[in-house]
Design a protein around this ligand. Structure first.
Ligand SMILES: [Zn+2]
Length: 169
């Protein structure tokens, strides 16, 4: 097996590769999205943050070890990061974005599949809710009396009557 280049094991890259390999497309470094999310998926109105457990202060994390020196300095710095994170998430949510936070420790080889499956569920739920908002599902009666779901666009286009008649003539 080829040795994996160290940059390919960065948490953010692991998430990107998983999404890409499962057919999800995304954008990086998108301007105008608050909080500079690591991964932006406009189709899903979703912003993904891939957080390092230390820098972002992952609570109760098995991966997180408290620093042994300069404790006060680190604690201040990390709690500032946490506050900023929360503010970014709030702003995004207020603007209709779904925010997903993936922690570094959740991407360990034995956890990554579970973690990303959960991310996938969230993406699809959001996609479905967006779809339902834009497309009313209406029912029509089929000849044998069964109700069949039929997707209707919010602004259906009707045939131009004149054109229709010309076609028929
Ligand atoms: Zn963690």
């Amino acid at each position: 097996m080829a040795r994996i280049h160290s940059s390919a094991t960065k948490p953010e890259v692991l998430v990107r590769h998983w999404l890409w390999n499962h057919g999800y497309r995304y954008r990086l470094n998108v301007k105008g999205v608050p909080g500079k999310p690591d991964i932006v998926m406009r189709r899903y109105h979703t912003a993904i943050f891939v957080n390092g457990c230390f820098w972002h202060g992952h609570e109760n994390c098995f991966n997180y070890r408290k620093p042994k020196s300069n404790i006060e300095f680190w604690e201040k710095k990390i709690s500032r990061n946490q506050e900023r994170d929360q503010e970014n998430y709030r702003t995004l949510q207020e603007n209709g974005w779904q925010v997903i936070v993936v922690w570094e420790c959740q991407l360990a080889p034995k956890h990554i599949e579970q973690t990303m499956s959960e991310v996938e569920v969230l993406l699809n739920d959001k996609f479905l809710s967006l779809y339902q908002k834009h497309n009313k599902v209406v029912y029509h009666q089929s000849e044998d009396g069964q109700k069949l779901p039929m997707a209707a666009e919010t602004n259906p286009k009707y045939r131009d009557n004149k054109k229709y008649q010309n076609e028929r003539n």
